[in-house]
Design a protein around this ligand. Sequence first.
Ligand code: GLN
Length: 482
Amino acid sequence: MLIAGDISSVELTEACLRRIEATEPYLNAFISVSAERAMQQARSADHAWVEWRRGKLTQQPSRLNGIPLAIKDVLCVADITATAGSRMLEAFMPAYDATASARLRAAGAVFLGKTNTDEFAMGSSTENSCYGPTHNPWDQQRVPGGSSGGSAASVAAKSTFGALGTDTGGSVRQPASLCGVVGLKPSYGRISRFGLIAFGSSFDQVGTLTRTAEDAAILLQTLAGPDTFDATCVPTQPPNYLDSLSEPSDLSGLRIGIPNEHFVGGVDAEVEKQVRAAIKLLAKLGAEIMPIRLPRTEHALPAYYLIANAEASANLARYDGIRYGQRQHGKDLWETYVNTRKTGFGPEVKRRIMLGTYALTTGYYDDYYLRAQKVRTLVKQDFDTAFDQVDVIAGPTTPTTAFKLGAKTEDPLQMYLSDIFTLSANLAGIPGVSLPCGMDENRLPIGLQLLGPAFKEKRLLKVAHKFQLATDWHQQDPLVEN
Ligand code: GLN
């Protein structure tokens, strides 16, 4: 409609801003809304479309030109605060765009605002934000998942057409599952991390939250690709993620592996039932289903929390009140550090810094950090063996549907367990996608997770797209007005 001029970006952006205004009082999905700038971007996007229709441009604008999007508040957008959900960065104003933001900007996308997140992306419920929790549009008494909870909730509430998130251990896929939207975590190295506020640098990856797999493919096409500002970003050009979506072929010849280890360990009966039904549907679409084993699954969680926290303790050392963030003066430099960090960080961030620092100390390094790294290799080998036999792995994204606000805040281990099926993909660096595949008896969304070998996003997106053509779970409405 934008290309044809049947709708304008100004109209789309106004509609999104109205929706945000109506839903924010009870969702709290945004940390900041940049309405004025969004309208400016919308006007210039409309101008580009007009020029295109008049034949004044040699190249058609990107299909994202004029599309309103939201960005998780751990990614930098020039001249808009990037808080990471932390008091520490309440007033931090980046001077430049993250590469992911810059690529969307260059494509002509409209930035509605920055979405709520657990502090420094540490959490699974968006309750660890200094701006208060985000609520799940399907049931306001429940969490949206996390840490990209604001992004997932705003997409589910239809306040935006898509959003950026980040996934260190599941933070795109888990909230996507709990909010009934599509969450794509690409392979480590597929999208530049430049301008992303670091948590666990060997896991962190930018991802997308959208209503459909097709939208995820469109966003990935713009975001993926080499970047000289991030040495861990792979130098190879991405494939065309969209061409295979329109192929009429079914899933014949595709082998899908079902790991028994992803159907144990506190999986709700209703979640298991719906995910198994989704797998049956994939078989009906032509895929061959076979059992596989991921025997190190149970060791992934402790290994992840050791390595991620060790990396976090190093990454967060920079917040000392001198160069970044808020400063609480003391009588000397040491006291300034102490006061700044005492008041700037919330309890979960402090817990992680302490655990991570401990795991790295002389005497414990070998027992904890080094052993965790060895387990990481074993987890990766599990996937290598599995992908010798199958093309895709399928299972539930999360053991349960959205839980009640406050239900797990007192028990960090229970909170950590909600990532049990997502974090091994981060240990191995492989891509994963979560897509809506059913509802439980409380009408809460259930997510199907598909995992693939490194850099096979295209395969995952095709399977997800075929699944969405055959189902309508992604078209259900959360009735946010209730
Ligand atoms: N919930 C996991 C954690 O708290 C993962 C977070 C993330 O992916 N950013 O570490």
